[in-house]
Design a protein around this ligand. Structure first.
Ligand SMILES: *[C@@H]1O[C@H](CO)[C@@H](O)[C@H](O)[C@H]1NC(C)=O
Ligand SMILES: *[C@@H]1O[C@H](CO)[C@@H](O)[C@H](O)[C@H]1NC(C)=O
Ligand SMILES: *[C@@H]1O[C@H](CO)[C@@H](O)[C@H](O)[C@H]1NC(C)=O
Ligand SMILES: *[C@@H]1O[C@H](CO)[C@@H](O)[C@H](O)[C@H]1NC(C)=O
Ligand SMILES: *[C@@H]1O[C@H](CO)[C@@H](O)[C@H](O)[C@H]1NC(C)=O
Length: 442
């Protein structure tokens, strides 16, 4: 998902407010922090847009780190409603634990859920609303915590007692705002393998747009310090996205040493170092050097996807974006290659599906023609996408499930292209590994 966060100091008590006001007058508070997520995550087809409209402290880290990195946490994960564009992981918050589904997003960092009290400003979620007042483990995150979005705004000054940090995080579609808290989270479905992790910093949202209503929030799995990956000090994590049209099967997302690929045919490619500036420091960049359709290597300049020194360009892998987007120079090559293989009449699906290359099938019942696989040539690792991972049937049209971006912009490998692939992010070794897998049977 793409995001922007603005944060500002808020206060819990009147005295605190006065203190904050004093700070504001001295210029130490009231500074707004902006984290911009530059790509737009979920603006794919109309199908996806409709779906989105309907739906798109370090104690813990120290404890897990002290256990020799032995702790692995798990979360059952599944695709949301048939028209939705996200994958949801189930986790639980507070004491007693309250279970809820959240969008699993490797393209952002903040972990957030909706908190009571919240009225008209909250969206209707498919799980009971979490109430911090009913949990014995909730705390407001101190403004000088290393995990406070407001810490930088304090610039080393001592925060007023009771100071709370409020945020407004915006995504490609939608926004959420609230106050940063700290809570115990519970991971794992079976009681036997449940893990409770105290002191996780999260966003307690009391106002959001309607874009997330198939979920009860979002879990950021990016590289930044606020992400679940960083807060657990997990050096690796894995997931396997079940087929896009399959909303029943679940697979398991693992964070920690047990995350591993046991299949045959595992390929690995190094991550490209991310720029230090936000939001690029959140992203997992890959080195894509070429694309083939069938046995034909497409004529794409080797630097089409290169990450520039100024942080522009590059290609990221993102579980929270639905449709892959490629810089136009590469997209046009893919588009032309697909057109050359299909004899059906083409139609511009931009207005209905948001995808510009579509084909009209002879009838609604017609099967789509067979297509060869598409290969993404990463540095040292070929990723083979079967037809169903790059073509999509939408409103009676059969479309290339890819979009273009201005040349020089960032490209994104979306979740549609990741279905039925077991993927391991080894943050310690700085490599991404993957293997084709039937995720619903994993
Ligand atoms: C989400 O909200 C939209 C309105 O914005 C509504 O049409 C849709 O039914 C809701 N979806 C769910 C799953 O509640
Ligand atoms: C958060 O930011 C979005 C986008 O700028 C804006 O539409 C929304 O009103 C803001 N929400 C709050 C509570 O300030
Ligand atoms: C959300 O919480 C903030 C901070 O406590 C408060 O200022 C704001 O009025 C609340 N918004 C809503 C819609 O309840
Ligand atoms: C990307 O991969 C190519 C081919 O292996 C290699 O020559 C190039 O140095 C790599 N670029 C980066 C930034 O790692
Ligand atoms: C994307 O492709 C369409 C046609 O395929 C073209 O009209 C449009 O200008 C392209 N957009 C960008 C940003 O290159």
């Amino acid at each position: 998902m793409s995001s922007t966060a603005t944060a500002q100091m808020a206060s819990l008590a009147v005295l605190t407010a006065l203190f904050c006001a004093t700070l504001a007058a001295s210029g130490a508070a009231g500074v707004r922090v902006e984290l911009t997520r530059i790509h737009s995550g979920l603006t794919a087809s109309q199908f996806v847009r409709d779906a989105l409209r309907r739906d798109t402290h370090r104690h813990s880290a120290r404890q897990l780190a002290a256990s020799g990195g032995a702790a692995t946490v798990s979360a059952p994960t599944r695709k949301n409603s048939p028209g939705g564009g996200e994958y949801l992981m189930t986790l639980a918050i507070g004491t007693p634990p309250l279970s809820y589904p959240a969008i699993a997003d490797t393209g952002s960092d903040l972990i957030w859920t909706q908190c009571a009290p919240c009225g008209a400003q909250c969206f209707k979620q498919p799980a009971p609303l979490y109430n911090p007042a009913s949990s014995t483990t909730f705390g407001v995150l101190p403004c000088d915590s290393s995990l406070s979005i407001c810490a930088a705004a304090l610039a080393g000054a001592t925060p007023p007692p009771g100071c709370a940090c409020t945020y407004n995080q915006t995504y490609g579609t939608g926004w959420t705002s609230g106050v940063q808290g700290s809570e115990t989270f519970t991971f794992g479905s079976a009681p036997a393998d449940q893990t409770r992790v105290p002191g996780i910093a999260f966003g307690c949202s009391n106002a959001s747009s309607d874009d997330f209503n198939a979920s009860a929030g979002l879990v950021g799995l990016g590289r930044g310090r606020l992400s679940l990956v960083s807060q657990l000090s997990a050096r690796k994590f894995s997931y396997c996205l079940t087929p896009f049209q399959d909303t029943r099967s679940t697979s398991t997302l693992l964070l920690g040493p047990s995350a591993a690929l046991d299949e045959t045919g595992v390929r690995s490619t190094p991550f490209v170092a991310s720029p230090a500036e936000a939001p690029m420091n959140t992203f997992y960049y890959l080195n894509l050097t070429g694309i083939s359709l069938g046995t034909t290597a497409l004529s794409i300049r080797p630097d089409a996807f290169s990450l520039k020194a100024d942080g522009t360009g590059g290609l990221i892998i993102d579980s929270g974006t639905t449709i892959t987007s490629l810089v136009d120079a590469a997209y046009q090559q893919v588009r032309a290659a697909v057109v050359s293989l299909v004899t059906l009449p083409t139609t511009d699906g931009s207005a209905t599906t948001g995808l510009d290359l579509c084909f009209a099938l002879p009838s609604a019942a017609s099967a789509a023609p067979a297509m060869p696989s598409m290969t993404l040539h990463f540095d040292g690792a070929d990723m083979v996408l079967p037809m169903d991972s790059y073509m999509i049937l939408d409103s009676g049209l059969w479309c290339l499930a890819m979009q273009n971006r201005t040349n020089g912009a960032m490209s994104t490998l979306g979740n549609y292209q990741q279905q039925n692939m077991h993927i391991l992010y080894d943050v310690g070794q700085e490599t991404l590994s993957f293997a084709p897998t039937k995720c619903s049977t994993l």
